[in-house]
Design a protein around this ligand. Structure first.
Ligand code: SF4
Ligand code: SF4
Length: 131
């Protein structure tokens, strides 16, 4: 996403470059073209360029929008019983690769319920055996 946007009103006067305290704006001339460059890592978001631009060509509002940008989308594994989101498929693959352990996808509540059931089953089995 480009946060610093210059619209078609720009006439290349370079007032923005001359008034940028962070050297975040640069200019590159190549053949018949002049290119205006902006470096977001240097930009202090001070708004000076926007204030001095005589053409209202800098759309500073894009740098101020309080939005979340989606950076990665991963497959999610849910609890097999209640569908509660647990972890990502790639995370469990990494874990499996490192530990060799592979478990049924269950939330802590249903994992506990399963453990109780198993324990009850084996307790019954054991007491049956001793009788
Ligand atoms: S917001 Fe400030 S630091 Fe960023 S480019 Fe404009 S003048 Fe430079
Ligand atoms: S000050 Fe405005 S018109 Fe001048 S070069 Fe910068 S963006 Fe373009």
């Amino acid at each position: 996403m480009v946060y610093f946007q210059v619209n078609s009103k720009c006439n290349g006067c370079l007032a923005c470059l001359q008034n940028c305290p962070a050297n975040a704006i640069d200019v590159k001339d190549s053949g018949e073209k002049r290119m205006l460059l902006h470096n977001m890592a240097r930009c202090a978001r001070c708004g000076n360029c926007w204030r001095v631009c005589p053409e209202q060509a800098i759309e500073f509002q894009h740098m101020l929008t309080n939005q979340w940008d989606e950076v990665v989308v991963l497959d999610l594994i849910h609890c097999q019983v209640c569908d509660e989101p647990l972890y990502t498929a790639s995370f469990i693959e990494t874990l499996k690769g490192k530990t060799g352990i592979s478990e049924k996808p269950l939330c802590s509540r249903h994992k506990e319920a399963l453990t109780l059931k198993i324990n009850a089953h084996f307790a019954g089995y054991k007491s049956g055996q001793t009788r």
